[in-house]
Design a protein around this ligand. Structure first.
Ligand code: GDP
Length: 194
């Protein structure tokens, strides 16, 4: 498996992160229906294919029901290519994520990000939560604890550094994500050698 997928709501900074990771401008789909592009890049001394899946969530000029269609499409893509996907990077906006998750949590509602996190786990794909826009977050540790808690990763977040990666993509600060990814790549290599 050599594919890394980026998943998240629109406006969380997925394309900014993608550019940072690949050094390229990669077209992002704003429509449901994912075109699988063979975007291969060297990362962590390996050759990976990066796929930026369409962002769901509020979009201007897009009617209701569309969001659901995009999420369904993202789920379908991940399920279809699960065997080839090495890492699922769930990108969140560090400043907004807790409010959005809580707003969508109810008796019969699971927030999309939480659902996608569990989907990755169920399919045996290693999830990494890239908490972006950390430059806008003042109470860093508290915020990361809160986000982790909502994904079942109980505080302190620092014991989950292989999963929770605080980043500021806009300023090119993505070391935490690269470190987390590297650890998973190394672990996968060790497993293959067994
Ligand atoms: P996408 O819709 O998820 O692909 O999001 P974009 O990459 O287009 O970014 C959405 C907005 O967030 C843009 O205005 C970016 O400049 C901004 N943005 C992206 N990363 C960061 C970050 O690390 N910090 C801040 N403050 N803004 C960011």
């Amino acid at each position: 498996s050599d594919e890394v997928v980026l998943v998240g709501r629109s406006n969380v900074g997925k394309s900014t992160l993608m550019r940072e990771l690949t050094g390229h401008k990669v077209p992002t789909g704003q429509k449901p229906g994912v075109t699988r592009q063979p975007n291969h890049f060297d990362w962590a001394s390996e050759d990976f294919m990066f796929t930026d899946l369409p962002g769901f969530g509020y979009m201007q000029g897009v009617e209701d029901g569309h969001e659901e269609a995009i999420k369904t499409e993202v789920v379908r893509y991940i399920e279809e290519y699960a065997d080839n996907i090495m890492l699922g990077v769930l990108v969140l906006d560090g400043k907004a994520a807790v409010d959005i998750i809580d707003r969508h949590s109810g008796e019969d509602e699971i927030p999309h990000v939480v659902e996608l996190y569990y989907l990755l786990e169920e399919l045996g794909i290693q999830p990494v939560v890239a908490v972006n826009k950390m430059d806008k977050v003042d109470d860093r540790d508290e915020r990361l604890d809160d986000i982790g808690e909502r994904l079942g990763l109980y505080p302190p977040w620092k014991q989950w550094q292989d999963v929770i990666a605080p980043i500021t993509a806009k300023k090119g600060k993505i070391t935490a994500l690269e470190d987390a990814a590297n650890n998973h790549f190394e672990a996968a290599k060790r497993d293959e050698l067994k």
